[in-house]
Design a protein around this ligand. Structure first.
Ligand code: ADE
Length: 273
């Protein structure tokens, strides 16, 4: 997979040389190229920002350097890009929320281009222009909070996507068991333990050393359901009742959730008589 990142703080992307991502790059599984937006300015101060039309606080990134920088990146496609061109990702607090499902979609792409905004973001015409040229533009948000720029989001998205590429994570089976995996019905993962069996008076649940694989699987499923119900009930709204056994439904009912039109929602409170 080829990844191009345009930023005014290329040093921010240095962690992409470390750990599994660094190894994937060394093995040729991932080709990351960082480009300096300021190379595409033409004034003495290498200006990339200006005040917003209509007034208001803060500065916006000007469209001209972005147009030049992105045109240069798009003019140099990887050999295996296919006909669709890249997905242009613009990290922004007003984007769609970046989830594991989005990571899975992006992992199937041969080429991702990131445009890292700073200040109050990038002039809205930049995304509009590349959309009008047929580029698939996705504005993505890490969550409901505001960062100083898109670079941290690039680190997050590249790590989440690259670990899904074949050969990046040693044991591919582990990916299917993780929190948020579709194979795991999008649930949070069950609690996990390693040796010693007893630590500071806390014991590992006996079922995990029972050797009864069926009982272990049932315990883990129950824990995943209870944890998700208590911590992230919003995820239960997307849990397909058709994929839930009678035992699953009983656990969720104990936690106060019953099937509704889409997934599972809070059980209606009893009507007082
Ligand atoms: N840039 C600023 N805030 C952001 C957020 N929440 N997610 C992604 N990029 C951002």
């Amino acid at each position: 997979m080829r990844v191009d990142v345009v930023s005014i703080f290329g040093e921010y992307l240095a962690p992409l040389s470390l750990s599994l991502i660094g190894k994937a790059r060394a093995q040729g599984l991932l080709d990351v190229r960082v480009h300096d937006l300021r190379e595409h300015t033409h004034d003495r101060h290498r200006t990339v920002d200006d005040t917003p039309y209509g007034g208001g606080a803060g500065l916006l990134m000007k469209p001209e350097p972005w147009g030049e920088a992105l045109d240069a990146v798009l003019a140099d496609p990887p050999g295996d890009a296919g006909g669709d061109g890249p997905v242009l990702l613009v990290p922004s607090p007003v984007g769609e929320v970046f989830t594991q499902a989005v990571a899975v979609e992006l992992a199937a792409e041969p080429w991702l281009v990131f445009a890292c905004g700073r200040y109050e973001g990038i002039d809205a015409r930049v995304a509009e222009h590349y959309r009008s040229r047929g580029v698939r533009v996705r504005e993505v948000s890490l969550g409901d909070y505001v960062l100083n720029g898109g670079e941290v989001a690039v680190l997050v998205v590249v790590e989440a996507v690259a670990r899904l590429l074949p050969g990046v994570v040693g044991n591919a089976a582990s990916l299917a068991e993780e929190s948020h995996a579709a194979e795991h019905d999008g649930l949070l993962e069950h609690p996990a333990y390693t040796k010693p069996a007893s630590w500071r008076g806390l014991e590992v649940p006996a079922v995990l050393s029972s050797g009864d694989h069926g009982a272990v699987a049932r315990w883990r499923r129950e824990q995943a359901l209870r944890r998700t119900a208590r911590r992230r009930p919003d995820l239960l709204a997307r849990l397909d009742p058709a994929r839930c056994s009678a035992a699953d439904r009983a656990v969720l009912a104990e936690e106060g959730y019953v099937p509704d039109a889409h997934g599972f929602g809070p059980a209606p409170s009893p009507v007082a008589d």
